[in-house]
Design a protein around this ligand. Structure first.
Ligand code: UT7
Length: 336
């Protein structure tokens, strides 16, 4: 029987034009470039204009990824949009599918906060590995600036907006997804939330519904920090074990870009040298589901990541959710 697997054949990224640096941010809340850059590594972030839609960024990133893969939108069977900030609670993936012209693809949203890209990668891979679909597009896109409390200096300095995308294609007798580990722990849900805030409205005598609205991001930064530094290395080690690989086999560590200190601590725990750690958070901050594909895409386009390289990616965040995927970059199976 033929074994089916995946190849990741294209990537793309898109960020809004407007940049807000730390000095300018310190006009809004009591903070400083010194505090933000030393505690997080972030120097500026990109912010979407009011008229920009999440789909604008998602479509731009997707078009780049499709072009790199040499694939027409009509050849896509599946579009997954990993996001927590869809403009439509019913989902924005269909809008992305329509605007791309991916007329044959089924499209749906996947919500797993900053783990969304890794969860989406594994989800998309299952459809290809089983032979059901041939070509999939995975987009990670978020506009968290719309949900940040811009008066809370503990959170507003961290986040930025953006989108990243990858194309996954079915291949035979090989599999670029070498191993993965996905986890959730709802017991720590209150560490990082963007909650619906109910507001009771009586319709008729005895029938009351809620007509509330979503609040703002609330986070216990220290708890999330501790969780990330402990759980991310564990997840990567489990995924490596399943791939029958060791940390020495990792060419690149592409972690969710939350905090440079988290990136450094995870790399240290895994004994991965700093030069193998991809980091772009100085320029973008934490872009949630977009951060891994954005970082990946930049590294691919600057020829750091090359076909056949082994990548350990890990996302972590609200839920709490976390996960790791070990994968090979590029269409090297077919080139061989
Ligand atoms: O996608 C996952 C999303 N979340 C994360 O990854 C967050 C993980 N956590 C972190 O990255 C870090 O915990 C933070 C960057 C959020 C905070 O860094 P920290 O070193 O844990 O700082 P802290 O919360 O312990 O705060 C230290 C001090 C406090 O002052 P006091 O109480 O010691 O006087 C804060 O009030 O720093 C103060 N502070 C600030 N000062 C200037 C907190 N935020 C700021 C700020 N500017 N923006």
């Amino acid at each position: 029987m033929t074994t089916l697997g995946i190849a990741i054949t294209g990537s793309g990224g898109a960020t809004p034009d407007t940049a807000l640096d730390n000095d300018t941010l310190s006009q809004i809340v009591e903070t400083s470039d010194e505090w933000i850059s030393s505690r997080t590594g972030i120097r500026e972030r990109r912010l979407a204009r009011p008229e920009t839609q999440l789909c604008d960024l998602a479509v731009a990133a997707s078009q780049q990824a499709l072009e790199m893969a040499g694939l027409a939108p009509s050849e896509l069977d599946l579009v997954i949009l990993a996001t927590s900030t869809a403009e439509d609670l019913f989902g924005s993936a269909s809008n992305v599918q329509h605007r791309l012209g991916a007329s044959q693809a089924v499209a749906f949203d996947l919500t797993a906060a900053c783990s969304g890209f890794v969860f989406g990668l594994v989800t998309a891979a299952q459809f290809l590995r089983t032979g059901v679909y041939r070509n999939a597009l995975l987009v990670g896109a978020d506009i968290l600036s719309r949900w940040v409390d811009w008066s809370d200096r503990r959170t507003c300095v961290l986040f930025g907006d953006g989108a990243g995308a990858v194309v996954l294609q079915r291949v035979e007798e090989a599999d670029g997804l070498l191993g993965f580990e996905l986890r959730s722990n709802g017991a720590q849900n209150d560490c990082l939330m963007l909650n619906y805030q109910p507001e009771a409205q009586s319709l008729v005598e005895g029938v009351t519904v809620s007509q509330g609205r979503y609040g703002r991001i609330a986070m216990n930064g220290q708890e999330v920090y501790k969780f990330a530094v402990k759980k991310v290395p564990e997840a990567i080690e489990k995924a490596l074990f399943r791939a029958n690989l060791s940390t020495d086999d990792i060419d690149w560590l592409v972690l969710h870009q939350a905090n440079q200190r988290i990136l450094d601590a995870v790399a240290k725990r895994l004994n991965v040298p700093g030069e193998k750690v991809i980091s772009n958070l100085a320029r973008y901050g934490n872009t949630s589901a977009a951060s891994i594909p954005l970082a990946l895409d930049e590294a691919v386009r600057s020829n750091r990541i090359r076909p056949g390289d082994t990548i350990a990616a890990s996302g972590f965040g609200a839920g709490l959710t976390w996960g790791a995927a070990i994968f090979k970059w590029g269409d090297f199976y077919r080139e061989a």
